[in-house]
Write a protein that binds this ligand. Sequence first.
Ligand SMILES: [Zn+2]
Ligand SMILES: [Zn+2]
Length: 331
Amino acid sequence: MKFDQLYSSSSGNLYTVTDNNGKRLLIECGVTWTRLIKALNYNLAGVVGCILTHEHKDHSAAIHEVMKSGIDVYASAGTFEALEVSGRRRNKILGDRTLLGIEGFEVLAFRTSHDAKEPLGFIVRERETDEFLLFATDTSHIRQRFQYLFDIIALECSYDNDILQARVEAGDINETLARRLLTSHMEKTVTANYIQKHCNLQRCREIHLLHLSGDNINPQQTREEFESLFLVTTIISRGTDAKVAYSQSKGRCVMKIDTVCHYCGKQINPFEPQASRGKRPMTSKQIALEMGMDRHEVARRLPEMARKGLIMRQDRDGKELNNESRIARNR
Ligand SMILES: [Zn+2]
Ligand SMILES: [Zn+2]
């Protein structure tokens, strides 16, 4: 079983699970049709179906073309209803805790918590190899616990509470957007906590972090933190939605954000041991690369980011330009 993040952000989502025989199951179709077929190397022959978590455009944009091309789409009744495509020939309804066979795959759907009609997460099993994938995005948390030994875990890791908090205090993000992230998307610590508490990693070979919100999380740092915490290869998609989030950052918002465990209600921070060692901020070059931002955008925002300790500035030889910016954010 192979899992690929082709697009993963609030500007578009497309993932594939490929089995031993090269057959592919799409998860989401939230990009334009042109992008979708290009990402699949113009080869739809091996596509066995498309499972969809919810109706939001960044997950479902190409649904009409996908159906037209003869690919079956699997989603909840509520999702089809919201997309106004109920009853179409290519639509197959997936219910909460229902197991469904799609060629060499078995899919088990479960409910997630998001501002959508009837959002789902999935467990995908490849029958031939008996490998398991856990997939959930666009959810504030995951209520269910599973007994499976997952080979691949792909979970949303949308924002970092500390970064969001700092942006809220600086008036860099508007209240509606911040609130939406808080109530509908999964925070870094919640993702880490779920894996730590509820996933047996005995067989896990890859952790994929999905749907990163560019300005509200540091991708490189998060990847490193997960790897050192779980000792499992951690993969993030290259294109995050830094630009989208930034263009919306106007207005002032004052509120206190706490990271609270959804199960026990206690304050949590599984990253504590790493945090106390002190973090090295990213260089501007890393930021441009990791966030998929163009270099002009990075250049424009350098002073502000350096002030917040999110990056350090370097000259051509990699020497730091000022000492102040080196000081990592205190946690
Ligand atoms: Zn989304
Ligand atoms: Zn959504």
